[in-house]
Design a binder for this molecule. Structure first.
Ligand code: SAM
Length: 332
């Protein structure tokens, strides 16, 4: 198999390299933003489970970007106006704070502070708040995924736990009215998760970006307007899930059953992630292989890759789709 074959099979993998993203997941956040306008007015953002960092790249580029307004002009008044705008833009850029958290280390990114830590720990929440000098975040995103085992029930349960851990830490750091976006697996207990999210957010939507394969149960919850119940004290003990998981929430009826809207998002003319495309995408441009943008730092699977490359692994299992989807590009 040539090194270009993955470029053919996975258009978003290829585009990510060509546009300089560290992982194809970047497109998922970009497409969610197209639908929900997530970044407007955001000054403080948290990226939970951030490594290798493509969502942090999106945050950095979107929140800190300023168009170069220093264009040539002879008109002194316009020139001064533009310089003033540029100054304001620079000040705004200074104001923007992005914190990325992951168990793994990741290569540095402009304007992103990294915390190598566990999102289930209260100390991580405290560190985030310290980076924001005590101010709450406007936006929390989480693309967290456990190592997928291939046993669907187990994977869904662990993913649900991670999502609830992300919700817990979010209740420590998010401002009232703020936005929370997180990966979710649409398994059989997903309505329980929706109900729990609706306790904290007035609007919850389940969204599927074009770059997320139809064949994967992955989707994203976009939770708007953080409004915790009165008197709620943030804690890390997953009280909602742990004490009531035995209850069959899918049986709830009437006003107790929460059905959240489902939305396919991203420009409908965008590439289809389940389709194979020819290497030459348009007649005017010849295909050229692009190497991955940023190799991960010491990934936990390094040893396994080495063994596989040297044919020392006893058995070569193919990865379940949901996990293959979010592997960092440099892994390939
Ligand atoms: N959004 C990332 C990007 O665009 O590059 C990809 C994230 S990757 C799918 C999932 C990440 O979740 C892994 O890097 C893993 O280390 C992290 N993770 C899993 N459990 C975690 C935990 N308890 N605390 C912090 N990070 C965690």
């Amino acid at each position: 198999m040539g090194r270009s074959s993955k470029d053919k099979r996975d258009i978003y993998y290829r585009l990510a390299k060509e546009e300089g993203w560290r992982a194809r997941s970047a497109f998922k956040l970009l497409q969610l933003d197209q639908e929900f306008n997530l970044f407007t007015g955001v000054r403080r953002a948290v990226d939970l489970c951030a490594a290798p960092g493509s969502w942090s790249q999106v945050l950095s580029r979107k929140l800190r970007a300023s168009e170069d307004k220093k264009g040539e002009t002879r008109n002194e008044e316009v020139k001064e106006e533009r310089n003033e705008e540029v100054k304001k833009e620079e000040e705004r850029k200074e104001e923007v704070k992005i914190v990325a958290v992951d168990l793994q280390a990741m290569a540095p990114l402009p304007g992103v502070t990294q915390i190598q830590g566990d999102i289930t720990k209260v100390s991580t929440a405290q560190e985030i708040v310290r980076h924001f000098s005590g101010q709450p975040a406007d936006l929390v995103v989480c693309d967290g995924a456990p190592d997928v085992t291939g046993l669907h029930d187990v994977d869904e349960y662990i993913q649900a736990q991670l999502l609830l851990a992300a919700l817990n830490i979010t209740t420590h750091v998010l401002k009232p009215g703020g936005t929370f976006v997180a990966k979710i697996f649409r398994g059989k207990d997903v309505t329980l998760l929706y109900s729990q999210l609706r306790v904290f957010f007035s609007q919850v939507t389940c969204a599927k970006p074009r770059s997320s394969r139809n064949s994967s149960i992955e989707a994203f919850v976009v939770c708007l307007n953080y409004s915790p119940p009165e008197g709620y004290v943030p804690n890390m003990s997953n009280p909602l899930l742990d004490h009531s998981y035995d209850v069959d929430f899918n049986q709830l009826e009437g006003p107790n059953r929460i059905i959240v809207p489902f939305l396919a998002c991203g420009d409908l003319s965008a590439y289809d992630s389940d389709q194979t495309y020819p290497l030459q995408l348009d007649a005017s441009q010849e295909y050229r292989y692009t190497p991955p943008t940023q190799p991960p730092i010491k990934p936990p699977y390094q040893q396994a890759c080495l063994l596989r490359r040297n044919n020392l692994l006893a058995k070569e299992d193919s990865l379940p789709l949901a996990q293959e989807d979010s592997l960092p590009l440099a892994h390939e």
